[in-house]
Design a protein around this ligand. Structure first.
Ligand code: DAH
Length: 406
């Protein structure tokens, strides 16, 4: 678009025009001869004949028709370009090119000085009409583009809330964890506190304070991994009892869950790593009756009101007397089935009254205090609870197994 010509030589304008180009004031002229018009056309290739000029009246408009032509040409070019506009920024560019300060139509208006005075009102009216029309077209187009952009955006942001989606992978709690939480809940409800101890344990707590001296045959039953002469991977959670008794004053009521280790072969019911939940109560008058009442409450809470306990005499170095505790078979409710091998009972834990020797070794006066303790095998009650036939399933981390506990 030839909007302003500053350098006459460069564009080799016809001399008459060239002489007159002395100031940057932009006016619109109608070339006085077809030849001049043509050369200006060739220069810019557009319909706009704007040149710097301070000698407006040097060019008289021959007639109004030419002015009309120019306006028509501007309109036509504009409308053609408008058709191709596809976004708001090009639309704005187009608008500035025609209606902006230096736009082609605006330039026509500015060049009114060169128009014969009697024609000015008419020409001004044409230009303003054209301006109005173009503004309307721009507004229309703008609306369309905005609408289109909105539609596009809406389409892009459409969310089909009914579309079926793959379910997010949600983890599940390990069955051991679920049962452990239930057991702990039960004991916390009975007034117990949850206490933990180290998995690498001193021989002193794991054996000695529990009345299992070095070289005593009772150690054979709990063969384990030795870290050093004095430290082992704990074989049971009972050392937490010793730790609590040596650091606290009675009354004591704690449950101690945790991982334990034995040099066992892996099979359906054995693993070198498994879990226990230890229980310990020390008070002035705690008795075997309290032990039984506590374990009965636990059994009923976990398996149902019709479940009860059966105590069988047993031996543990740290309890005296000691008992193996059976629960009514949760499967047949006592009548005898495959799970309980026809007995109606299932062996679940070891227990007893804390050996007075242990109390004394741990700094608790056995003349003043007595206590009871129990040790529950977590895997065992989990397997019974869910009918899990093989202990190994619980350690393999196979999702097909774990997913069943959702
Ligand atoms: N610690 C024993 C074991 O691992 C289980 C046990 C038996 C714990 C009797 C106790 C108890 O607290 O009183 O075989």
């Amino acid at each position: 678009m030839l909007e302003a010509v500053h350098d006459t030589a460069e564009y080799s304008l016809p001399s008459r025009l060239a002489q007159l180009i002395v100031s940057p004031a932009v006016c619109c002229v109608k070339a006085s001869s077809k030849g001049l018009q043509k050369s200006l056309w060739n220069l810019g290739g557009t319909t706009q004949y704007s040149v710097p000029c301070n000698a407006r009246d040097a060019f008289d408009l021959e007639d109004e028709t030419d002015m009309q032509e120019q306006i028509a040409q501007i309109k036509q070019d504009f409308l053609q370009a408008l058709e191709k506009v596809e976004n708001l920024s090009t639309l704005e560019e187009l608008r500035i090119g025609v209606l902006g300060k230096k736009g082609s139509l605006t330039s026509l208006l500015r060049g009114m000085g060169a128009v014969a005075p009697e024609l000015r009102p008419q020409v001004g009216q044409w230009i303003n009409q054209a301006r109005e029309e173009l503004e309307n077209r721009i507004a229309q187009r703008e609306e369309m583009l905005q609408d289109g952009a909105l539609q596009k955006q809406l389409l892009l942001e459409t969310i089909d809330v009914t579309e079926p989606r793959p379910l997010p992978r949600i983890g599940v709690q390990h069955p051991n964890t679920m049962v452990l939480n239930e057991v702990l809940d039960c004991f916390v409800g009975l007034g117990f506190e949850v206490v933990e101890g180290p998995e690498i344990e001193l021989d002193y707590y794991n054996f000695e304070l529990l009345n299992i001296p070095k070289n005593h045959p009772a150690r054979d039953a709990q063969d384990t991994f030795y870290i050093s002469d004095n430290a082992v991977l704990r074989t049971h959670t009972s050392p937490v009892q010793a730790r609590v008794m040596t650091t606290r004053k009675p009354p004591i009521r704690v449950v101690c869950p945790g991982r334990v280790f034995r040099a066992d072969e892996v099979d359906a019911t054995h693993s070198p790593v498994f879990h226990q939940i230890e229980g310990l109560v020390i008070d002035r008058h705690s008795s075997m009756g309290d032990l039984r009442g506590t374990l009965d409450a636990f059994a009923k809470r976990l398996y149902g009101e019709d479940i009860t306990t059966r105590f069988r005499p047993s031996f543990f170095p740290f309890t005296e007397p000691s008992a193996e505790v059976d629960l009514t078979c949760f499967n047949c409710r006592g009548s005898g089935c495959r799970v309980c091998k026809g007995t109606g009972w299932i062996e679940v834990l070891g227990s007893g009254m804390v050996n007075p020797k242990v109390l004394d070794m741990c700094g608790i006066d056995s003349n003043e205090y007595s206590g009871f303790a129990f040790g529950i095998g977590l895997e065992r009650i989990t397997m019974l609870r869910y009918g899990i036939p093989d202990m190994r399933l619980m350690y393999e981390g196979d999702e097909r197994f774990l997913r069943q506990f959702r």
